[in-house]
Design a protein around this ligand. Structure first.
Ligand code: SAM
Length: 270
């Protein structure tokens, strides 16, 4: 039997992961073992993980709201805390009124739109991102559930969506530029800077999204953006300044902060 046909034993994988600083070595070993298709792939995955690649890039997927979301190298890994933003969006929709019109701006892997579509059943989903790798990945994750466009913020969206969007998800980059260097290597080295860097105060992309959102939202429609606890007050003010009714909601459990901006009116913003 050649070496490459002998699977690495579980205990060896755990030891190697632990030595490389993986805190949840046992859990990670299980995930790697259950994902690798053969002994050679298993060995390569352990090598990549011990070299510092994010676990999700090694596996090729991340769990998000119970879904297995494909995550390609160079694509932002959807974070568990962002499930809270999707929970809020689910709570704001009224499926009885028909399929919600959903836009997932800065969609990355497309996890948020895919999860909202899975939760609501029928939606009209439009996702977009500026990074070609993210767009390719999102197309796989929302296949059959919606369209994915490539370009800057709202620019690639069909103009026919103006004034019709019920739910506008926007997990924009929000790390202040000077803090990017302080992020863990998994993010700093393996996720694109454009996915993380929100400009001097972290709110540059949010300001652009908030300024345009009222033109795309239906009356009564909602913009949902994730932010940090530290930025929450300024992010809320930014959303309110665009003419939306703004409020902040938080989850202690997921350590998540979301700003919700609602376009005044009682139209069909579900
Ligand atoms: C923080 S990540 C969030 C990704 C995804 N929504 C999630 O939560 O997993 C931000 C995403 O915004 C995209 N992005 C940054 N600037 C953008 C812009 N001007 N237009 C469109 N997408 C942009 C990045 O490529 C990245 O995928």
């Amino acid at each position: 039997m050649s070496l490459s046909s002998t699977p690495l034993p579980h205990s060896v994988i755990v030891t190697r992961l632990r030595a490389a600083g993986c805190v949840f070595a046992e859990d990670e070993a299980e995930l790697i073992l259950s994902t690798a298709a053969n002994p050679a792939e298993l060995a390569a995955m352990v090598d990549r993980r011990t070299a510092g690649l994010p676990l999700e890039h090694v596996l090729g997927w991340a769990e998000f709201r119970g879904l297995r979301i494909a995550v390609d190298p160079g694509v932002f890994v959807p974070r568990r805390r962002t499930e809270f933003l999707v929970d809020q969006a689910v709570g704001l929709t009224r499926p009885a009124d028909g399929p919600a019109v959903v836009v997932d701006l800065c969609c990355g892997s497309g996890a948020l739109g895919a999860a909202l579509a899975a939760a609501l059943g029928r939606v009209e989903l439009h996702s977009s991102d500026v990074e070609p790798a993210a767009v390719r990945c999102a197309r796989r994750n929302v296949a059959g559930a919606g369209e994915v466009y490539e370009g800057d913020l709202f620019e690639p969206l069909p103009a026919s969506l103006r004034g019709r969007v019920g739910i506008l998800l926007a997990n924009v980059p929000y790390v202040p530029s000077e803090d990017v260097e302080l992020l863990p290597a998994e993010a700093r080295v393996h996720e694109p800077r454009v996915a993380l860097d929100g400009g001097d105060d972290g709110l540059d992309v949010l300001r652009r999204v908030a300024a345009e959102a009222p033109r795309w939202l239906a009356p009564g429609g909602h913009l949902l953006v994730e932010t940090s606890e530290r930025q929450a007050a300024r992010a809320e003010e930014t959303v309110a300044r665009s003419g939306l009714r703004a409020r902040v909601v938080t989850s202690d459990e997921l350590y998540a902060t979301v700003v919700i901006g609602t376009r005044p009116g009682t139209g069909d913003g579900r």
